[in-house]
Design a protein around this ligand. Structure first.
Ligand code: GLU
Length: 289
């Protein structure tokens, strides 16, 4: 684990002073990115956090080098509760097929990357959350007619190692022609030029692509709710202390209204109708799998 802790008490004091700064009048904020904690103390802790780099609205590496999206905001909030300043977070790309191995190798402290909690994944990693509920859907060209009964006849694109690809094979459309890529953004040109009929994954991800300026007016969501995807924060297997710490942070984020603010800010522009936050620590949805 790469979290360097100055002790629980120091972390608590730090979190308090951070909260105070966040609510205050920003008198020592707005450091133009220059300082590295400087003399303010608290610069001793750092986190490596896995996110997506190519999913607008969730986890996106901006052309200018910053990072944006709901998962980025959730991760930043959790880090803040742990006493880690945003500038002490190292963002690491966590593509869908690599998430479990990244946690197993200890490449990152935790992963916030549209990461659905599933019993298969729980054999390899542990999850905090759930902090978000999405549903699998199809992204098609605006001029396409689609019916839920005809998905088996379609050529689909999804990502290796995702629940989206697994759901297609297991239940949604076992007879469909499914092409698997490493990232969802790689699917977009093929759907755009008609080589493939649809990209299938979580509606939260698809809404972000449909709303991108470069694809304006070109894609639409079919509007099918093909699965329930409860997002968790992935941690190394059986790190129960970290799960608990993250769950406490997630609960605070919801209670303080920061969760609502983050979903509005990130999904509002895409007109994505999000679900209310799920109950933290409630994994009963797994019994329906
Ligand atoms: N939520 C699904 C999953 O974790 C699809 C999105 C993704 O691949 O990140 O597999």
């Amino acid at each position: 684990m790469r979290i360097r802790k100055a002790g629980a008490l120091a972390a608590a004091v730090l979190a308090l002073s951070l909260a105070a700064t966040a609510c205050g009048s920003d008198d020592d904020g707005g450091d133009g990115g220059g300082g590295n904690g400087g003399s303010g103390g608290g610069g001793a802790e750092e986190l490596r956090i896995g996110i997506k780099f190519d999913q607008p609205g969730l986890g996106l590496q901006e052309p200018g080098g910053g990072y944006s999206g709901f998962d980025v905001d959730v991760a930043t909030f959790i880090a803040g509760e742990m006493g880690v300043e945003p500038e002490n977070i190292e963002w690491v790309e966590a593509p869908s097929p690599d998430r479990e191995s990244m946690l197993q190798r200890g490449d990152v402290d935790f992963i916030v990357a549209s990461y659905s909690i599933s019993t298969e994944r729980q054999d390899l990693v542990s999850f905090a959350g759930p902090y978000f509920l999405a549903h699998q859907d199809l992204l098609v060209r605006t001029d396409q007619e689609v019916s839920e009964d005809a998905i088996n006849d379609m050529t689909l694109c999804s990502v290796t190692g995702s629940t989206s690809a697994q759901n297609v094979v297991d239940s949604i459309a076992p007879d469909a022609d499914l092409q698997e890529y490493n990232t969802y953004s790689e699917c977009l040109p093929a759907v755009q030029n008609g080589t493939l009929d649809a990209l299938t994954t979580d509606d939260s991800i698809l809404a972000g692509y449909a709303a991108q300026d470069q694809y304006e007016g070109q894609f639409k969501l079919a509007g099918f709710s093909l699965s329930d995807e409860y997002y968790g924060v992935g941690v190394a297997k059986d790190d129960e202390a970290l799960v608990e710490e993250i769950n406490t942070a997630l609960q605070t984020m919801i209670d303080e209204g920061a969760w609502e603010e983050a979903v509005e800010a990130n999904f509002g522009p895409a007109n994505y109708e999000y679900e209310q936050p799920p109950t933290i620590g409630d994994f009963s949805f797994l019994e329906e799998e």
